[in-house]
Design a protein around this ligand. Structure first.
Ligand code: F6R
Length: 625
């Protein structure tokens, strides 16, 4: 099988989500340092807050690791000099524990016999950690990963060898992980395991490699073996053995030849990072929903105690707050005021005191407007809660409690996967609040829990059904000067986000409104063929939005509607439709209904000849006022 460069979303990379990069090499001659260093440089786009490598030399584990970017750590520790024939490496995007030497990978066991690198989130690490501590294991870091090294150490006491010890360990873990381990007990091999996090193996000559992503070893081999979920592999310098974690049974897997260049491979075969990040959302949303329940609960407790609650953010993050405001009111009966950060102190400074909670949302954690508002609120005695994608960012340092949204680095300037992840985390806080307040019925809770489970599937379906349709709609409407996005209820936030994506990438003066408000002004803009996009899930606002669609039709607008797949009523009123799987609980609709709007903006930018990854005048992190 051949994997060729692709300009449409390819089947192969769909499950990739960028969050930490792992790599490994086992070779017959030479030293692992230069190979690992080179592969980590190529994986730096997956994470860059700390770096580390481990190898085995003379029966002892050698570990070099430090907080910082790869080149900084290289200058300090010369990681490219690491000797040994077998080694593993890691570039980190912190999820559990802030960036620090202790929390950098590889993580090791008590006796420095086992080293592990990990990409993903281990959900049941607390329970396992307590169990191991009771057996006398001593932990050095705050990571979820370290429990793997100790559990393998423990299992090695009974198991016939490293492979079996890793297999037994893997069976205990819940969550997402790509793990690679080495042990002084068997210094000729690397054992790796995969569940839901990406892991690929490169089959070389007298050397074999593993990595989170193909570019890591592409200059050394184009021969790739893909691991499926719940499979593991044992790499020696002349053999790759793949087996099932459950049964230990061996699996025959032929290598495939990759025809990608390094640049295409870094984008997972997609033409732009933005497209890659849009298609990562089944996984990034799932990762966001895995945010530690303990911290979510701490946040909910702080909110419960507060007299006044604000949500603070800019741009896309503000739209996540808007949708969340609706969820807080609707689910938890908690009133929250969402505010654009640059307006916060002028508008609400006089109200802030020790009884105020400011729930701040910032992907980068470094947005100047957001941080200024947070500092002022903190000076006035407010409690700061932070939701961010960058552990160790200024927002995490200013926050009393913070949680990571676990999206991995977002390279496209326009926020896509981080929007859906932010809203997912905020929704978890709303659920925790509702539980505390006793406002959540059992039926609603079950509906939401089922919804959280189904979300990755709905997202995948919306993306695979929607991609081609959205592209054709863009083609048909590419010459329009302006577009309007309308929604009601929770979909107002989705409409605003669709508008923001389109205008920032295509430079079109787009409009967004609560649909009900559109007759108080916007409607005068509408003339023959003016394109209006309706976000119309089958929720509480549905019957009212039908009236709004009719109003637009009566003015000869060109109606493009995003609707559930069995919605014939709005479909009959529309000129073009984009279908979304039916049955999504209304509070989850922003996560799925925003996807075609992200694609719409993407295809429009490409159609106009603009690079969607680098829109003019915009920076990924706006650190000026
Ligand atoms: C839009 C976009 C920006 C950011 C805004 C806030 O696609 O990316 O509007 O959402 O600059 O950035 P953070 O979340 O980093 O504070």
């Amino acid at each position: 099988m051949l994997i060729a460069p692709n300009h449409e979303p390819a089947e192969f990379p769909r499950k990739m989500a960028t969050m930490c990069g792992i790599s490994g090499v086992v070779q017959e001659t030479g030293q692992v340092g230069p190979v690992l260093y080179d592969s980590l440089k190529r994986l730096e786009y997956r994470g860059y807050d700390s770096v580390g490598e481990a190898s085995i030399v003379d029966g002892r584990l050698l570990v070099k690791k430090e907080k910082g970017k790869i080149d900084e750590v290289e200058r300090e520790l010369r990681i490219s000099d690491l000797p040994g024939l077998v080694g593993i490496g890691h570039t980190r995007w912190a999820t559990h524990g802030a960036p620090s030497r202790e929390n950098a990978h590889p993580q090791t066991d008590c006796n420095q016999t086992v080293a592990v690198v990990h990409n993903g989130i281990i959900e049941n690490y607390m329970e396992i950690k307590q169990e191991l501590e009771a057996k006398g294991h001593r932990f050095k870091s705050r990571t979820d990963t370290e429990i793997v090294a100790h559990l393998v150490e423990e299992n090695l006491k009974q198991a016939p060898g490293l492979v079996e010890a890793v297999r037994q360990t893997s069976k205990r873990l819940t969550g997402a992980y790509a793990l690679a381990l080495i042990s002084v007990t068997e210094p000729d091999k690397i054992v790796c395991v995969r569940r839901e996090s990406p892991l690929v193996i490169g089959a070389g000559i007298n050397a074999n490699y593993l990595a989170s992503d193909i570019p890591a070893f592409l200059p050394r081999t184009k021969s790739v073996i893909l691991l499926e979920d719940d499979e593991m592999a044992v790499l020696t310098h002349n053999r790759v053995r793949v087996m099932k974690v459950g049964s230990g049974e061996e699996v025959l897997r032929e290598p495939m030849v990759v025809e990608w260049g390094v640049e295409t491979a870094t984008k997972g075969g997609y033409p732009h990072f933005m497209m890659k990040e849009i298609y990562e959302q089944p996984l990034t949303v799932r990762n966001a929903l895995r945010t530690s329940p303990m911290y979510i609960d701490l946040m909910a407790s702080a909110v419960t105690r507060a007299k006044r609650i604000f949500m603070l953010a800019c741009g896309t993050s503000y739209h996540a707050c808007l949708a969340a405001t609706y969820a807080f009111a609707n689910l938890a009966k908690v009133e929250v005021t969402p505010v654009v950060a640059s307006e916060f102190i002028e508008s609400y400074g006089a109200l802030i005191d020790g009884d105020t909670v400011v729930l701040t949302v910032s992907q980068s954690g470094e947005t100047a407007d957001t941080l200024t508002a947070v500092r002022s609120a903190k000076d006035r005695g407010a409690t700061i809660l932070g939701v961010t994608n960058v552990m160790g960012s200024t927002l995490t340092r200013l926050s009393d409690v913070y949680v990571g949204q676990n999206s991995g680095p977002e390279m496209g300037v326009a926020a896509t996967k981080t929007f859906t992840a932010q809203y997912s985390v905020l929704l978890k806080i709303a659920v925790a609040l509702a539980r505390k307040g006793g406002t959540l019925s059992r039926a609603r809770m079950e509906e939401l829990e089922r919804g959280f489970e189904e979300l990755p599937k709905w997202i995948s379906a919306a993306l695979s059904n929607g991609g081609g349709i959205v592209k054709r709609i863009v083609e048909r409407n590419a010459d329009r000067f302006s577009f309007c996005f309308l929604g009601r209820g929770i979909s107002v936030a989705t409409a605003l986000e669709g508008r923001l994506k389109l205008l920032e990438l295509s430079y079109l003066p787009a409009i967004a409104y609560p649909a009900g408000e559109s007759k108080h002004g916007f409607i005068s803009v509408v003339d023959d063929g003016y394109p209006v996009l309706f976000i119309a899930p089958h929720d509480e606002a549905y019957s009212k939005i039908i009236g709004n669609v009719m109003e637009m039709k009566a003015r000869h607008a060109h109606v493009i509607s995003i609707i559930e797949e069995d919605d014939t009523q709005v479909a009959n009123l529309s000129d073009e439709t984009i279908l979304i799987p039916k049955g999504i609980p209304s509070l989850l609709t922003p996560i799925v209904f925003v996807l075609p709007l992200q694609l719409f903006a993407y295809y429009m930018a490409v159609r106009k000849g603009y690079n969607p990854d680098f829109p003019r005048n915009l920076a990924k992190s706006v650190t000026v006022h």
